[in-house]
Design a protein around this ligand. Structure first.
Ligand SMILES: [Zn+2]
Ligand SMILES: [Zn+2]
Length: 107
């Protein structure tokens, strides 16, 4: 699981509030990006202005609608993103997500 902004591996973080699930946090100092399976990516801040200005990637699984996480980037192809679903392990890349109906298999 990678931070969508820094492309750094996210680590299991400690959860301060009770009743919250497992949380992942970016290793970059000062990075507010967090991830949990229920919400997907979100910012660890109460500041609505910051939240408003942040462009969050919203990629959902096609089979169960779960928010997907960024699993892989390609240093040689900066636009490439591989997204994975935490629930069913399905993956999709941004070439499919941005072009919508991209290439189809077969005729
Ligand atoms: Zn980050
Ligand atoms: Zn899924």
């Amino acid at each position: 699981m990678l931070c969508y902004q820094h492309h750094k591996e996210m680590l299991l973080g400690l959860v301060s509030e009770p009743a919250e699930g497992v949380l992942y946090a970016c290793q970059e100092p000062g990075c507010l990006i967090r991830y949990d399976a229920a919400r997907g990516y979100f910012l660890d801040t109460e500041d609505l202005k910051t939240i408003e200005l942040e462009i969050m990637p919203r990629v959902n699984c096609r089979s169960d609608g779960q928010p997907m996480y960024l699993a892989q980037v390609n240093p040689e192809k900066s636009s490439f993103r591989l997204w994975k679903c935490p629930a069913c392990d399905q993956s999709r890349n941004n070439e499919e997500t941005s072009d919508g109906l991209g290439k189809k298999m077969g005729a």
